[in-house]
Each structure stands twice: as structure tokens, then as C-alpha cells.
Design a protein around this ligand. Structure first.
Ligand SMILES: [Zn+2]
Length: 69
């Protein structure tokens, strides 16, 4: 399941998932241009690849004014 990642809020660059070396199930979402991104270390260690990607995608894609809680 791939969630579309929004363009970078700072520079408009393309965002990509970055897989951690350890644990490999952890990901962050990073801008390929300015390298800003989500933290990623907050992925649950018990999470799946897809689950952790979805969690980071949700954070990356959230914009002010779109908060749901
Ligand atoms: Zn950027």
C-alpha cells in the first residue's frame, strides 16, 4: 500500500521514504531536495514495514489547518 506523499512544505521538492539501517522496519519521509523530514525513530519497533510507512506518511502529509484531532 503506497500513500502519495505531498511535496515538501518548504521547497516543494519530491518526498521519499528513507529506510533505517536498524531497525529496518523503521522509516522516515524525507525531502529529496532540502532533506527535511519526519523523525522516524518514533516508529513502533513492533510495527510492520507498511504500518510504519503509513504512520510517517500521515505525519509528512499533515498540514496546518488539516488537523483532525
Ligand atoms: Zn524540501
Amino acid at each position: 500500500m503506497a500513500t502519495d506523499l505531498k511535496p515538501c512544505p518548504f521547497c516543494g521538492g519530491k518526498a521519499e521514504y528513507e529506510q533505517f539501517a536498524n531497525p529496518k522496519t523503521s522509516y522516515s519521509v524525507k525531502c529529496t531536495v532540502c532533506r527535511c523530514g519526519t523523525y522516524g525513530w518514533d516508529c513502533p519497533s513492533t510495527g510492520t514495514h507498511d504500518g510504519n510507512k503509513a504512520m510517517q506518511a500521515e505525519r509528512w502529509n499533515r498540514r496546518k489547518g488539516e488537523l483532525t484531532n
